[in-house]
Design a protein around this ligand. Sequence first.
Ligand code: ADP
Ligand code: MG
Length: 246
Amino acid sequence: MFALEAKNINKTFMDGKNASPFHALKDINLEIHFGEFFVLMGPSGSGKSTLLRIFAGIEPAYTGERVLGAGLSQKDISFVFQQFALLPWLTVGENIELGLLERETSEEKRRERVWQELKIFGLEKFANHHPHELSGGMKQRVGIARALATDPKIIFMDEPFSELDSFTGDALRQELLDVWAERKVTIVMVSHNIHESVEMADRIAVLTKPPARVERIIQNHLPRPRNMRSEEVFRLDDELYQLIKP
Ligand code: ADP
Ligand code: MG
């Protein structure tokens, strides 16, 4: 059972810096399984963000097919952005409520849902704060809480931890893994951080330079919670490094 299937996806930018079209993605075929933690890696500029946007249904211009799994629709999808993308004029609570506005008509239910997410992410005290009053880690907690509030089946994340310092990132990665395990949501995440990918992923797809193909899919069967200082982890780190190094 797949949550998302990509069949022969190709993407060419016609509006690039060069006069000629730029072939970014070439014949991408992938299946994302229900409930898995799937990570996309590859050199900078290899088309990871572009592919993620195509997967998420927010990039309409491509050829090939993007098929959502049985019973899924665009409403079952959420997105977490690298730079948080919070609306600065709204409070934390209102930001988390955003995706619920078009789905949940009763204000009481929306409030309840927002409150649940605030509690899970330790944000209760910040409900009425505005984004500019928060640290980066807290902003991304809001970004993730907002994505989860609509009870999505698939969450797409584009380098969600890369703007955070390493301690903040560690804590938030752990929180995300807990939520992922508990809610059985499917996560597709772009990362350029090898160790992070080994910590989180069930499978890692490595893209080549453009025109990007899937170079390799690495299975990560290491038991969870993972001992990130174990020999097996360092071996996987190294395998990925050899694939991705410039
Ligand atoms: P990644 O996320 O792997 O760093 P991107 O998906 O952002 O890569 O971009 C892939 C390639 O497509 C890059 O070489 C980039 O320069 C090019 N590209 C991205 N967006 C556009 C655009 N709007 N117009 C032209 N070229 C673009
Ligand atoms: Mg990118």
